[in-house]
Design a protein around this ligand. Sequence first.
Ligand SMILES: Cc1cc2nc3c(=O)[nH]c(=O)nc-3n(C[C@H](O)[C@H](O)[C@H](O)COP(=O)(O)OP(=O)(O)OC[C@H]3O[C@@H](n4cnc5c(N)ncnc54)[C@H](O)[C@@H]3O)c2cc1C
Length: 445
Amino acid sequence: MNDALAERLERLKPRNAATALDWLGRLLMDNREMSAWEHDTCTLPRGARRWRRRALAFAREHIRPLAPEVDLHPDDFDPRPLLSKAARGGFQTLIFISPIGRASIATYLQGVGLQVAVVAEEFATECGGLALRLMAHNLGIAPLILSGNFHTILRHFVPYYLKSTFLGSPEVMAYAITEPGAGSDVEATEGGAQAHLLTSAKPVKGGYLLNGQKTFISGGAIANKVTVYARIEGEGIESWTCFLVEKGMKGFSVGRREKKMGQRACDASELIFEDVFVPHQNVVGKPRSGWANNRNVLNFSRPVVGAMALGHGRGAFERCVEFCRKTYLGPRRLIEYQDVQIELADMMISLWAARTMVWHSCRQLRCYQSGSAAAKVFASDTAFKVCNQAMELMGDYGYVHAHGVERSWRDSRLSQIYEGTNEINRLAVFEHQQSTDFKNGGPNR
Ligand SMILES: Cc1cc2nc3c(=O)[nH]c(=O)nc-3n(C[C@H](O)[C@H](O)[C@H](O)COP(=O)(O)OP(=O)(O)OC[C@H]3O[C@@H](n4cnc5c(N)ncnc54)[C@H](O)[C@@H]3O)c2cc1C
């Protein structure tokens, strides 16, 4: 490129061309050189903005250095020190209302999920498995909060908060709905009606005796407490009740730990219940309210899974950009080729669109089924697509462990499967909008 052309191009850049405008015109044109991350962060309410910045710093300092090794050798990893640091930083009490936790009334009014989602994305950008390890316990806690039962909330949360925040000794919680014969079934109405449920609770004096088995429970191997859903003996899923099962209860044990393809730093474990006595005080909310409670937990958790997926996609995207900046193809660096620029921009646009959906679905006092399911589907499909694009651009280097893109690719694949497969989530969208949009075609028909 000759000097005259270079100078002309410089003059034509919007930032420089803007000097020709009146002051008001200049004021109305945003030419700040700012990353998309910063732009997005500025649009958040104050609380979520602060947590996004904190989570970015925490993820870089504490998650990034662990990620490659933990992915290779998950069984050798002791998560306690990391959990402890996260607890001290307030990341384990994000959804408790202040002064018990880190959410204000305003946080709840603006959508508490947003605060959790921004943290989930930052953690997952560095490592999907460690992000799941740190975030899964919010899922374990959610049934207690969403039960709406103050007694349950206060009894179980005050001691939790004190241990978690001041002693940095978090009580990790897990969430257990999936059974060997009932995965998607317990996440959708039609499936629920036909589910073959193994786990049941028999009413006895002072409480219930729990028998059965749960599978694929994230964080189940180390959880101190698990919110377990079981039908009342002799009844169907309508009687589902949520029980808080504690480590050390007689008859409760951890079985097989799955060998996973992605998000390997977090275990997915089998939980076994053999005549486990659960006292009345450990029933979460009202008996027989479990099905409704479970559906609402999914409404709140699915956008967060979408946010984690965004993190997998963004992790791959960022590593790919770095690769394209450093790698030469012939005389020029990869990033100087226009078709590479188009591909990178496309990846960024996809992630941006998905983030908009995730944040939109979180910005609700009450997350709703179709919005949440749609965000989860779109973000996880987008993340997998972006990981594929990154791998494509990086060729051999995308496929090897050292660059981290194949790890994000494996991590992102799981977000299309758990929290209900994306097919089930599509059905959840249909179910919720069936009597409106799918009946009469929308508000104007
Ligand atoms: C690593 C991992 C971690 C997990 N963590 C947890 C956890 O912490 N807690 C927990 O409770 N569960 C957890 N799960 C379970 C997870 O949510 C379920 O596995 C998931 O919902 C899929 O269920 P399934 O495997 O039984 O699929 P299935 O229900 O057997 O589905 C098989 C296939 O059939 C399709 N399908 C099913 N029904 C329909 C239908 N009606 N119409 C069209 N297609 C259909 C599905 O989309 C899928 O493609 C985890 C799973 C994994 C793999």
